[in-house]
Ligand binder design. Structure first.
Ligand SMILES: Cc1cc2nc3c(=O)[nH]c(=O)nc-3n(C[C@H](O)[C@H](O)[C@H](O)COP(=O)(O)O)c2cc1C
Length: 164
């Protein structure tokens, strides 16, 4: 079975819950889940398929544990790895910075020659702006459990199909 490493940062537990849902949805893979507050770059090196998940805090900032971890990731040779991004956020309260964190992770890592997979259409959301918008699509899956919790399960199911 192909391996998938899920690396998440979570301040109040929302992204952690999503990381666990993703792990149970990816039934055809051997999945390990890491909190970035205690993960190291050697953990990342063990996987060809990565899911990187972050909530957004402040006004469009990375979840705090990601601030150090993104620097570690930049030291990993990510060439030939596939990376899928998952952002949690609130599109109503933070309509101009919705899931910006995954846009930041993408910007930091796009020079790495990793292949970014799992782009997601933005038409079922209602926000004004996001750094996660790349070529009119979201660079990864966005989850908003404050305003659209009813869509979360379906979005995860859809997104996980044929992801890697
Ligand atoms: C002070 C504060 C700032 C936030 N800033 C943003 C933001 O800029 N963009 C966004 O999409 N969500 C923002 N959010 C919403 C969080 O990202 C959201 O609640 C998320 O589910 C938290 O996930 P976590 O518990 O895994 O950290 C903010 C929430 C708070 C309380």
């Amino acid at each position: 079975m192909d391996k998938v490493g899920i690396f998440y940062g979570s301040t109040t537990g929302d992204t952690e819950t999503i990381a666990m849902s993703l792990a149970s949805q990816l039934k055809n893979y051997d999945v390990d889940v890491y909190n970035v507050n205690s993960a190291a770059k050697e953990d990342v090196e063990a996987y060809d398929n990565l899911i990187l998940a972050s909530s957004t805090w402040g006004l469009g900032e990375l979840q705090s544990d990601w601030i150090d971890f993104i620097e570690e990731l930049k030291e990993v040779d990510l060439k030939n790895k596939k990376i899928a991004l998952v952002g949690t956020g609130d599109q109503d309260m933070y309509a101009d910075t919705f899931v910006d964190a995954i846009g930041i992770i993408y910007e930091e890592l796009k020079a790495s020659e990793a292949e970014f997979v799992g782009h997601y259409p933005s038409d079922t959301y209602d926000f004004s702006d996001s750094r996660a918008l790349v070529d009119e699509k979201l660079i990864g899956l966005a989850i908003d459990n404050t305003n659209q919790s009813d869509l979360t399960e379906t979005r995860i199911e859809e997104w996980c199909q044929g992801l890697f």
